[in-house]
Design a protein around this ligand. Structure first.
Ligand code: TXA
Ligand code: MG
Length: 314
């Protein structure tokens, strides 16, 4: 049974080494005190997450970033421009963060989340909170407290319900630990905006199953149905059975009776917000989902990335 709790109960649970699902503006996270190794170990266990996949540490301010990582000018510029928000930066870590959190890497992924409830938990607890998305490893990320309760309710100490997530896809991850900044995960912060602040093109290096690109496994986001990603609606067979759904974006005429639209007006933010919710519900009702790619701009990139990973089955 899921244990829904208040902010102050969540703070108490976290301070005593518990694991609690918390709302962020991107997706729900499964939080623990990042400096408490046994609490962090519980996250890996509850999610069935491999130990080689490091966690993001959430902090309330740029000052707090400096307590756990080496902040350089580029990182500070990005955080000043976009935090709190759907941006994670990978920086050289300080000793306060245990190796378990970073899977032994000398770097730590840090984020200042924008959700008021998450910020309240951070401020009231005074903790740095390690939190991966609150889903079992390999499955679709949760964008409501109900999604968390369905998938992890009996494995965790509490869930704080902060309403549906406004961004809907995970944060964009920028690796700033080396000479050349690079994007490790496309997400809720558009690449174009990051490039404006950095004043240069940002290489994107997202897909890999190599351990040195942690967590960027190609198979991920399994919604419970087979996802087939197509470039255009013309590639979808005309006579679809009742087992198949079609996922489209923008002003598209009704081509199939089981057609669902991520954003009929072609709004990328709305599409990102709807993505996981829709995939989850279609995954329960259909066995196959034909998804038409979005234009590769703005948050369309992150949506395509998630659809592509959902379409990889092994
Ligand atoms: O929006 C988000 O980022 C959500 C919310 C809860 O904040 N969190 C999230 O965490 O998506 P998770 O664990 O599902 O994804 C974090 C990704 C993983 O792919 C992990 O491999 C990568 O961040 N990561 C963490 N630490 C890293 C590091 N030091 N170097 C490179 N990648 C890292
Ligand atoms: Mg995740």
């Amino acid at each position: 049974m899921a244990n829904f709790c208040s902010v102050s109960q969540a703070v108490d649970l976290l301070l005593s080494g518990g694991i609690v699902a918390l709302p962020t503006e991107t997706v729900y996270g499964l939080g623990a005190d990042a400096t408490n190794e046994s609490a962090v170990a519980k996250i890996f266990e509850a999610k069935n997450r491999p130990a080689f996949d490091p966690l993001i540490v959430h902090v309330p301010s740029i000052d707090a970033v400096k307590e756990i990582a080496e902040l350089d000018e580029r990182a500070e510029a990005l955080l000043l421009a976009f935090s709190p928000g759907p941006l994670t930066v990978v920086l050289k870590k300080k000793n306060i963060i245990p190796d378990l959190v970073t899977s032994g890497h000398p770097t730590v992924a840090v984020r200042i989340p924008g959700h008021p409830v998450m910020l309240e938990v951070l401020n009231k607890s005074g903790l740095f909170i390690a939190a991966p998305s609150a889903n079992p490893f390999g499955y679709t990320s949760p964008t409501t407290a109900g999604h968390v309760a369905d998938q992890l309710g009996d494995k965790i100490d509490g869930i704080v319900d902060g309403g549906p997530c406004q961004v809907g896809v995970e944060s964009t991850i920028v690796d700033l630990s080396g000479e050349q900044p690079k994007v490790l995960r496309l997400g809720g912060m558009a690449l174009e905006q990051l490039e404006l602040v950095l004043g240069a093109a940002l290489p994107v290096q997202t897909s890999s199953s190599k351990p040195n690109a942690p967590g960027m496994l190609s198979a991920h986001y399994n919604p419970g149905a087979k996802v087939i990603l197509v470039e255009s609606a013309d590639e979808i067979p005309k006579d679809l059975g009742s087992e198949c759904a079609v996922l489209v974006f923008g002003e598209v005429r009704m081509l199939h009776s089981q057609q669902y639209n991520l954003s009929p007006t072609g709004d990328f933010q709305e599409a990102a917000r709807n993505l996981f919710k829709l995939l989850r519900s279609l995954g329960k009702r259909y066995t196959k989902i034909f998804a038409v790619k979005l234009p590769e701009v703005s948050l369309g990139r992150a949506v395509n990335d998630r659809l592509k990973r959902a379409s990889v089955t092994s």
